[in-house]
Ligand binder design. Structure first.
Ligand code: NI
Length: 189
């Protein structure tokens, strides 16, 4: 087991579209185990492989778990997709790859998720509320999207300026060369 580095905005590796997992290998199982360890350590309730620099359609999550004392119920999703969605809700989201920020995001209220587990067994789950939001947030990562792409341009710009300032103060560089333009989802208002 190993803790992995979680990439942070504006790292361009967060903007790639991840490739489907073709082979369920021991290497993949190890990656999923390391991602779970990293997620619990951070702490977070979900982590997608591109957040640790691996452009594969692999997600780990645990929406039941809230603190170190709570019982864990991890879920590993290989090649997840949302096959149906219904309703709208607003959830205040944060992301391990978007430091020092949170914002309200409009999401589908209920979704049906299809994936396989690490043994190739099909997973079909109908979710609502936080769990549905988590599915949508993590699947966005697989397409190179961050939740800040789904908030107003003004709020996003304020965050970008704040992040630039923080990076400057840390002596780190800001590189957005080749960054995809923000997406304007249909749900935005
Ligand atoms: Ni995230």
């Amino acid at each position: 087991m190993a803790l992995l580095e979680v990439l942070q905005f504006p790292d361009l590796r967060l903007r790639r579209r991840s490739e489907p997992v073709e082979k369920l290998s021991d290497e993949l199982r190890q990656l999923a185990a390391d991602m779970l360890e990293t997620m619990y350590e951070e702490p977070g309730i979900g982590l997608a492989a591109p957040q640790v620099g691996i452009p594969l359609r692999l997600v780990v999550l645990d929406t039941e778990w809230t603190d170190e004392e709570a019982e864990r119920s991890p879920l590993v999703l290989v090649n997840p997709e949302i096959t149906a969605r219904e309703g709208k809700l607003v959830w205040t989201e944060g992301c391990l790859s978007v430091p020092d920020f949170s914002a309200d995001v409009v999401r589908s209220e209920r979704v049906v998720l299809r994936a396989t587990d690490l043994d190739g067994n099909e997973i079909i789950e109908e979710a609502s509320g936080l769990r549905a939001v988590c599915f949508q947030h993590e699947l966005d990562h697989l397409d190179g999207l961050l939740y800040i792409d789904r908030i107003s341009r003004l709020k996003r710009e304020l965050y970008v300026q704040k992040r630039k300032k923080a990076l400057r103060e840390d002596g780190a560089s800001w590189s957005t060369a080749g960054e995809r333009p923000p997406v304007r989802p249909a749900t935005q208002f």
